[in-house]
Design a protein around this ligand. Structure first.
Ligand code: HAM
Length: 423
């Protein structure tokens, strides 16, 4: 048997209902907040991610699925969506023609991380990106949207952590300060951070190793180094988000794992997932459009980790069962034909109908009807066909009535609706 690749998963039918529910809530909310969908390829030139995400991040250093194409091009399966969204924005000339864009996209990402619960090599994100807006209200709007999304889904313990990483004007002097702090801690840093403390000291703050976390516990905070413009921006973001009831946790250690961030950064964390506690993350990336060959245009966005979110929801409430509204139990060829036609009529009328194509005995078919979770079972046999009547059984109340075949689709559709309206 050929098996799945390690870190890759099949999302099975009994689970996809919850995935669809999450995606549906996201889609509705994003559209209501003025976002439009964009669909992008999963394969891009490696250069896009190396430049966009940053050469000395974990993702680019060791987690990308990269290969040389037959024509010699170096290609990578996207490890995230933001760089691709920005590439598309630049490539299609939006920077000049319509610089303000609110875009969302959903789909698989690929990172060759060590697989564990909540961490996969193919995982799914819902991304929202706002391009061309400098106002702190854009940052706040995303925080409001994220907050609304999690509360609508009933995730109660999600905490939104925020920080500001400033702009190059204030971050560069901060980096120098951090470098001298880290130089004094050299003996306590992991091998990776010993190198990164020179090339990219902010990465050391994000290192997951315990010894590094201890070493940076007393490190200076970026928020103490913000220039006036960045401080004002951050204050405006916080006050606008809080005015909408979004509770925020100020977290000066939050630097995130990608290099493109400037100013506002945030992460949604829950206690439900053990080590993989981030269920969404994002922030501003005011330099990314330019870095990827466009004119200077600001950007901000976030991504929700759908695999993790689904796991949290499943642990809270289980996976929703998918049940037909009506199940047809038919005895004999003629009855099966009649059931076939009625089931198709119901499906066309928007009622979920299922029938037993091969089932022989009534007992077995009734058993399967019960197992399917259907509200009604329609029993059709020779007698029913002769009398042009069907037996309709409500599986909840066990009440069984005889109904004329004529108008059966309409009467069943009406009864299903009544049942649903009454819960
Ligand atoms: P990220 O923090 O790398 O940010 O990923 C966002 C979310 O994707 C994480 O919070 C997590 O829930 C999920 N995730 C990441 N890696 C895995 C994995 N291996 N397995 C399962 N879930 C995972 C970004 O990707 C940025 N592009 C977000 C962004 C959008 N920033 C601005 N715009």
């Amino acid at each position: 048997m050929i098996r799945l690749i390690r870190g890759f998963r099949d999302i099975l039918p009994e689970h996809t209902g919850l995935w669809a529910l999450v995606e549906g809530v996201a889609r509705e909310l994003l559209e209501n907040f003025g976002f439009s969908e964009i669909r992008l390829p999963v394969l891009e030139h490696t250069e896009l991610f190396a430049r966009g995400i940053g050469a000395d991040t974990d993702i680019v250093e060791k987690e990308m699925y990269t290969f040389t194409d037959r024509n010699g091009d170096l290609l990578t399966l996207r490890p995230e969506a933001t760089a691709g969204v920005v590439r598309s924005y630049v490539e299609h000339g939006f920077c000049a023609s319509a610089p303000v864009q609110k875009l969302y996209t959903m789909g698989p990402m690929f990172r060759r991380e060590r697989p564990q619960r909540g961490r996969y090599r193919q995982f799914y994100q819902i991304n929202a990106e706002v391009l061309g807006v400098q106002s702190p209200l854009a940052d706040a709007q995303l925080l409001v949207l994220v907050h609304e999304f999690f509360s609508r889904l009933g995730v109660t313990d999600a905490a939104v952590h925020v920080n500001s990483l400033g702009c190059p004007n204030c971050r560069n002097p901060y980096k120098e300060e951090l470098k001298s702090y880290l130089a004094a801690k050299s003996g306590r840093l992991c091998q990776n951070c010993l190198r990164r403390k020179e090339t990219n000291p902010l990465r050391v703050l994000d290192c997951k190793s315990e010894q590094c976390a201890e070493a940076v516990a007393g490190a200076p905070s970026m928020t103490d180094w913000l220039c006036d413009a960045c401080r004002d921006h951050f204050a405006a973001v916080l006050s606008a988000a809080e005015s909408q009831g979004v509770a925020l946790v100020l977290d000066p250690r939050l630097v995130r794992g990608l290099d493109y961030y400037t100013r506002t950064t945030f992460e949604v964390r829950t206690s439900a997932l053990g080590a993989q506690n981030a269920v969404a993350g994002g922030g501003r990336y005011d330099g990314l459009v330019q870095l990827l060959g466009g004119p200077p245009r600001p950007g901000i966005g976030f991504a929700v980790g759908v695999d993790r979110l689904v796991e949290i929801l499943a642990a809270q409430k289980g996976y929703p069962q998918k049940c037909p509204d009506v199940y047809f139990a038919c005895l004999g060829d003629a009855a099966k034909k009649a059931g076939f036609s009625l089931a198709a009529g119901l499906a066309r009328a928007g009622v979920a109908a299922e029938m037993d194509f091969d089932g022989a005995g009534l007992k077995g078919q009734m058993k399967r009807a019960g197992k399917s979770g259907a509200r009604f079972v329609v029993i059709l046999g020779e007698d029913e066909l002769a009398g042009q009547k069907a037996q309709v059984r409500n599986l909840k109340t066990k009440e069984q009535t005889e109904q004329p075949m004529e108008g059966l689709v309409e009467s069943l559709a009406r009864r299903v609706k009544e049942e649903k309206d009454n819960g």
